[in-house]
Write a protein that binds this ligand. Structure first.
Ligand code: ADP
Ligand code: F6P
Length: 465
């Protein structure tokens, strides 16, 4: 069997508990199969960069690389997170385009290629992840690497017109033509990418569904919705109830029920709108005896990026306002916490929550929605309120689907969830759980790698575009 080499900006090195779907998903995928995980070390150095560090755990070899402060600013804080992230989340209003950061992004991708190329063997299968590393395959091919290479975009693919609003868009997106397989979260993302290739990318969709780049190179684009380790979370959840942090949360809530939100502090997650939706619920339905307490866990993410700093300030203001208006001497309706928790503890929090509130304005998939469902008690499950603009909503139709911009709709869904009879909760949960069991993280990994290894012809794969 070929060796698997996974490449991503963020690497979950042994012992780390990190928020972010990519790290969580890839950790589970590599644990099963073994291989190399190559990426950024998470450290910046004053000068230089490119030093490699190695670690091993079980059958995974971790190779990580430091980046210089200047490179990190341009590549990660700049082009990845101030240009591409908003663009890919349909937020043209937040896109900050700067030639210097674009050049820094290209420079760091070239550094990845220089450091990775010597580690590769001819029969390796290289699987590159997410928007930080779009050009990496084309740079590796320029360095003579001919092995199979796949890409997976964890975030949404925007519509063709939005993608084409990026200055120099073709220079970036045409580097995707160097892969053998480009994976997306949903079929809608694939369709939007095909539109882009046809309308702005100079390529075409061939009769057999393969994509053809301007020079004639053929590659495949397909949907592979990422899953979670469903059985592991379902097994862990009842055990997590005995953890001291989970018990004390439960005791502190009585007699009220818990509504939970767990998200990186990111504007794509729709947190201001969600807070306001909850406030609307309190205004309209708050007198009900069955009171609710909403716990929002939102660890700070990309804290050096201006838009994220502003969001943090805004959320503190809204949370203060909601509690100032609705709290009583013995009840704080909104508890807002900016920290990471051990994964087992989070699972326990999900288990005791009557409602899971997952309302991003845009999300590639959203693993929290899936984790919340997997952690429920089969005999008395909670209800998932899910944004119809998250990739997860394409298959999770038995959740209460909401438009996250519609505050009244969110308030109504909270009310419906709080009053939903047990039989209906069980019926919805069973359908969701059957889906999550069948489409778990192993299925995701297997279906992607099978497609990369067996479904794409290799003709013309030797040279980059
Ligand atoms: P994204 O990849 O945009 O962050 P996802 O919902 O797909 O969004 O994935 C988030 C992952 O990070 C989930 O697995 C979730 O459990 C984890 N996570 C989020 N917040 C925390 C936290 N405070 N502590 C630990 N893990 C977290
Ligand atoms: O899942 C989407 C994603 O952007 C990953 O690529 C990333 O690792 C994760 O969110 C968390 O963001 P960051 O790595 O910037 O902390």
């Amino acid at each position: 069997m070929s060796r698997l080499v996974v490449v991503s900006n963020r690497v979950a090195t042994p012992g780390e508990s990190r928020a972010g779907g990519l790290a969580v998903g890839l950790e589970a995928a590599l644990r099963e199969r073994g291989g190399i995980w190559f990426g950024w070390s998470g450290k910046s150095v004053r000068e230089g960069g490119g030093e490699l560090h190695e670690a091993r755990e079980g059958n995974i070899r971790y190779v990580t690389m430091d980046l210089s402060r200047t490179d990190l600013d341009a590549y990660y804080n700049g082009f990845s997170n101030r240009t591409l992230w908003p663009l890919l989340h349909f937020r043209l209003d937040l896109v900050d385009y700067d030639r210097n950061t674009r050049i820094g992004y290209a420079r760091v991708n070239a550094l990845f290629a220089d450091k990775l190329a010597p580690l590769l063997r001819e029969d390796d299968v290289v699987w590159i992840h997410d928007y930080h590393l779009i050009p990496l395959a084309s740079l590796l091919r320029e360095r003579g690497i001919g092995c199979r290479m796949g890409f997976f975009l964890h975030v949404p693919m925007p519509s063709a017109d939005l993608a084409a609003a990026l200055p120099d868009h073709a220079r970036l997106f045409s580097t995707l033509y160097a892969y053998d397989l480009v994976g997306f979260q949903t079929l809608r993302d694939v369709e939007r990418f095909q539109d882009y290739v046809r309308l702005f990318g100079g390529g075409r969709v061939a009769g057999d569904g393969m994509l053809e780049a301007p020079g004639g190179r053929r590659f495949r684009a397909a949907a592979f919705p990422i899953g979670i380790d469903t059985d592991q979370i379902a097994t862990e959840a009842p055990r997590a109830l005995s953890k001291p942090t989970v018990r004390s949360l439960r005791e502190s809530l009585r007699p009220r029920e818990l509504v939970i939100g767990v998200d990186r502090l990111d504007y794509s997650k729709g947190l201001p709108e969600r807070f306001r939706g909850f406030a609307r619920y309190l205004e309209r339905h708050g007198s009900r005896k069955r009171g609710l307490t909403y716990l929002q866990i939102a660890p700070v993410s990309r804290g050096e990026v201006a838009e994220y700093k502003l969001l943090r300030t805004e959320l503190e203001r809204i949370a203060g306002h909601i509690n100032g208006s609705h709290a009583t001497a013995d009840w704080t309706p909104l508890r807002y916490v900016n920290r990471n928790f051990a994964r087992g503890t989070l699972t326990g929090f999900y288990r005791i929550a009557r409602i899971g509130l997952v309302t991003p304005l845009r999300d590639g998939m959203n693993l929290v929605a899936k984790e919340y469902v997997a952690a429920q008690d089969p005999d008395d499950p909670g209800v998932l309120v899910l944004s119809m603009l998250a990739g997860a909503a394409y298959a999770m139709r038995e959740a209460l689907l909401v438009n996250p911009y519609d505050l009244d709709g969110v308030a109504d869904a909270i009310d419906t969830a709080a009053r939903m009879p047990r039989d209906e909760r069980i019926e919805r949960w069973q359908a969701l759980m059957a889906y999550l069991r069948e489409n778990d993280i192993d299925a995701w990994c297997r279906s992607y790698l099978d497609a990369l290894m067996f479904d794409v012809p290799r003709k013309g794969a030797g040279k980059g575009t």
